[in-house]
Design a binder for this molecule. Structure first.
Ligand code: FES
Length: 217
């Protein structure tokens, strides 16, 4: 499945891809162009059959995600973008010039659990965890983390670009004004098992947030 293909399609090629429950996509923050490269499934990160059948949580060691890279895992048959943000990219997330361009800079809409309703929309600022499905019509946005001459917008701060109809999100998944997508990218429930290990699909112990309550996935 190409990065720009609708995630919700059900043709046979898509079904084939879905058998690869877990995959990883990486793209360096300094890379030129829109295409993120796909690398094969990492077997040691593959959940067992029972987890697969139950649509249960999946775990990821963030120590495997280098600064400036993004890893994509599948949870409940959805792509989950896990990004290791650099110090520079974190500074951009707080830039008033960027905030003035966003439709919901404070994440007021219910697109995330309450424990990530903050300026970086995550538990730890340096690690972003987002559902990688455009809130317009369900395409998978492209990881476009750096400004470059081919960027989809002037003064592009780095983020996600959906080529289907041109929606743009920053690196916290906050949607820009004036694009077709109406809401920020959803954040799934997750929590830290250790300093670097996260479990996606499960809330921290003090939260009972329901993923289904998100306004638009
Ligand atoms: S599906 Fe992303 S802009 Fe339309």
């Amino acid at each position: 499945m190409s990065a720009s293909e609708s995630f919700e399609t059900t043709d046979s090629s898509d079904k084939t891809t879905r058998r690869d429950f877990l995959y990883v996509a990486t793209a360096a923050f300094g890379a030129i162009g829109l295409a993120a490269s796909l690398v094969p499934l990492i077997s040691q990160m593959n959940p067992d059959a029972a987890t697969l059948a139950a649509g249960g949580p999946v775990e990821l060691d963030l120590g495997k995600v280098a600064p400036g890279q993004q890893v994509v895992v599948r949870w409940r048959n959805r792509p989950i973008f896990v990004t290791h943000r650099t110090t520079e990219s974190l500074q951009k997330l707080r830039d008033p010039a960027l905030l003035s361009l966003l439709a919901d800079p404070r994440s007021s809409e219910l697109q995330q659990p309450p424990y990530v309703q903050n300026w970086h929309r995550s538990i730890k600022p340096e690690f972003g965890v987002l559902v990688g499905i455009c809130t317009h019509l369900g395409c998978i946005p492209l990881f476009e983390p750096q400004p470059n001459p081919a960027s989809p917008a002037a003064n592009w701060p780095g983020g996600y670009f959906c080529p289907c109809h041109g929606s743009k999100y920053d690196l916290a998944g906050r949607v820009f004004n004036g694009v077709p997508a109406p809401y920020n990218l959803p954040v799934p429930p997750y929590h830290f098992l250790s300093d670097t290990m996260i479990r996606i699909g499960e809330n921290p112990a003090d939260s009972n947030f329901e993923f289904a309550s998100i306004r638009q996935i």
